[in-house]
Design a protein around this ligand. Structure first.
Ligand SMILES: Cc1ncc(COP(=O)(O)O)c(C=O)c1O
Length: 388
């Protein structure tokens, strides 16, 4: 089936008025993690039918139970099925991070974040009075790996470690060996993990291994969140799923259920069920389209003298190192704090995420969201290429 992934032009995207395409008027916008590819017909039809029925009241508890069951069943393709009775609907994955900080770590405990990281992981802990400790990951030009030794040296009892898998912005899908090594380290330290699996529906050629159900240690120390929002391009519908992996954690959350879960959108919750149960074909087609976009992106970046990008096993996100490119070397010679994304916006008219938002040392890097029609992707890459 043709889902029309190529149908939007830059002019149309600018007119449609998303956050992504309005923030930098006149630029090609590649900085927010959402797709310019529309939505699944099943979700569109559900939304229209819901509006026609006018049934936009509060979600009955029985339906919430069915929706978490649908999520658990969808997740079971990756391994052990999480227990639906320990799952809740929440408005956003980041609400799950706030739950993990507030209710599952002692006041004042630090938050450990491997970098580069999804930007809010570095700012949200501060809103809760928490110190963030950044642990730069190791990059060997084709692959990113967590620096396990540095993580172990930084952890302390009660600390919260943020595991994003599949990883934004590096595209890594961590292996069973890596996740097992992490679980041993966390277990020894008496720390906790918040597992963000929002990109689980967006596997390219990697394998998604859920961490919370990996082994007895991870079931004890992990709070997880997933969502249909990235995989089916519906983040504005405001629904994610929080998952506890043991009864004690589920019981500990119980008093906070209403405060956190009641903010979930009825429409978003029902759309999530449509996504997980009915819209698999669209997601598969979108995944294939995105895989080709990432292949093109990686091939073109490989042709840019001095630029580097790791192969993404999942997501539609690329974190590109411009530090050895001609334009960046010239800029860094004049100003050691020169910022790649700023230069690319000013000189090439392409809006990327500034690398420093992903970690202190990434000023010469930038994050690019490749979930866009191919002609738009090529236009952005052509524009950036003029700087090489
Ligand atoms: C890794 C990751 N986590 C969380 C979010 C935000 O999700 P939500 O809007 O459900 O909080 C994003 C959005 O891009 C993301 O990439």
């Amino acid at each position: 089936m043709d889902y029309g992934f190529d149908s939007r032009t830059i002019a149309q995207l600018q007119l449609e008025g998303s956050r992504k395409w309005t923030a930098f008027p006149g630029s090609i916008c590649m900085w927010v993690a959402e797709m310019d590819l529309g939505i699944a017909p099943e979700i569109r039809d559900y939304l229209i039918a819901e509006a026609r029925r006018g049934t936009l009241g509060y979600l009955p508890p029985q339906e919430a139970t069915e929706i978490v069951e649908a999520t658990a069943t969808w997740l079971s393709q990756f391994g052990e099925k999480p227990e639906p009775k320990r799952m809740h609907l929440i408005p956003e994955v980041l609400a799950g991070l706030r739950v993990a900080i507030d209710y599952f770590t002692p006041a004042g405990a630090p938050v450990i974040v491997p970098t580069p990281a999804y930007m809010p992981f570095l700012t949200i802990p501060g809103e809760h009075g928490r110190e963030v400790r950044e642990i730069p990951s190791i990059f060997d030009a084709s692959r990113w790996e967590m620096d396990f030794e540095a993580i172990e040296a930084t952890l302390e009892p009660g600390a919260l470690f943020i595991l994003c898998n599949p990883h934004n912005p590096t595209g890594r899908c961590f292996s069973r060996e890596e996740l097992t090594r992490l679980s041993d380290i966390i277990d020894r330290a008496g720390a906790r993990v918040f597992e963000d699996g929002i990109h689980a529906p967006l596997i390219l050629d990697g394998t998604y291994i859920p961490y919370g159900t990996l082994n007895d240690a991870t079931r004890t120390h992990t709070v997880s969140a997933v969502a249909a929002s990235k995989g089916w391009n519906i983040p504005g519908l405001k629904c994610a799923q929080l998952i506890f992996h043991n009864d004690d954690d589920a019981t500990r959350f119980e008093p906070h259920t209403h405060a956190i879960c009641a903010a979930t959108s009825t429409v978003g919750a029902r759309a999530a069920r449509v996504a997980f149960e009915e819209a698999g074909a669209w997601r598969t087609a979108a995944g294939a389209y995105l895989a080709e976009n990432m292949r093109i992106l990686e091939e073109r970046v490989a042709g840019w003298d001095g630029a580097r990008v790791a192969h993404a096993e999942g997501t539609y996100i690329a974190f590109i190192d411009f530090s050895e490119t001609r334009f960046m070397k010239e800029a860094l010679a004049e100003d050691p704090h020169a910022n790649a994304a700023k230069i690319i916006l000013e000189r090439a008219g392409v809006a990327l995420t500034t690398g420093t938002a992903c970690g202190a040392e990434y000023g010469a890097w930038a994050r690019l969201i490749a979930a866009t029609p191919r002609a738009v992707l090529h236009a952005a890459l052509d524009a950036i290429e003029t700087l090489m």
